[in-house]
Design a protein around this ligand. Sequence first.
Ligand code: PLP
Length: 377
Amino acid sequence: MTAGAPIAFLDLKSQQRRLGSALRERVDAVFDHCQFVMGPEVAELESRLAAYAGATECVGVSSGTDALQIVMMAEGIGPGDAVFLPAFTYTATAEVPLVLGATPVFVDVDPNTFQIDPNHLALRIAEIRVTGRLLPRAIVGVDLFGQPAPWHALREVAAANDLLLFDDCAQSFGASLDGRKLGREALATTLSFFPSKPLGGYGDGGAILTDDPERAALYRSLRSHGEGKARYEVLRTGMNGRLDTIQAAVLLAKLDVFDEELARRDAIAQAYDAGLQNCVRTPVRVSDSRSAWAIYAILAEDEAARTRLQAQLRADNIPSAIYYPLPLHLQPAYRDHHDGAALPVSEGLARRILALPIHPELTDDEVARVIVAIRQA
Ligand SMILES: *Cc1c(COP(=O)(O)O)cnc(C)c1O
């Protein structure tokens, strides 16, 4: 068998062609008015994102990581505080509490949905209280791979323990739970516009959604060096965390076609589901939800089977990716901050998980080729 033409894992060139002149016109407008920092596109994007999610407020920021940092800085999270988060997520979720001097407490995930396990979360909070060295302060729910975290249960655990609740929605903007878009499940919801996210820009960018106007005002101050009403009045220690005007312009063009893109991702996911059933474990849906399909992750039988799958895909010029090869509590940077709790589900997933290409540019023929290659392996 001769290998097919290379399939892209993310195809930003074709995406630009599909967006056509709308994209160029938006970016050219910025070059014309020259307000490269906090230009009008930033406010326009903020109001459109808030409306999309049904949230009261949206604050554009420089990245999903900075969005997390700003919402935690706003609550004064720092040394001595415990921040509970899943071990199976992107590094930024754990990095931010550490940067602020707080301690991430890793929680295991559900073996079916890969989302944070609320029962284990409650157990971990109780453990931390008993040891008494850290003050439980906050929970970060992560909407992993495009699907919602178990928000009903997370709110119950947060309320029972009097903890702050944040939504790291970097991978899942556009997803919905119980018929409503993500963005209002927690005190603050953080978004990322990294190019590979469902709503991706052409560089770094992020945003914070909240229904609390006072917090939104605080986030606006923090993203701009802690400034007050007057530009050179410094009220608090902040950061340079503003969203770039050019990125806002790109995102405005992309938001116009975002729902079509989500529908295309969903159609690809359904085609994979149908083609791969009884062959590998396809993604289990979180109930009453719609995924944004940032990532379509299958589970191989074991690590050796995954290696065979990847080799078979590579032989037909099909890319695949491992999110995540190591759970965070085993990462060199974080393992010394881990209290040693067993997190067997996260460790098992890291050995078996494999992400297949899923992006709006993928053709039906390409999807069929991926299915054939996996069935052959
Ligand atoms: C991508 C991502 C982030 C960080 O977003 P950046 O914009 O790259 O800083 C945070 N959390 C999760 C779960 C992510 O996937």
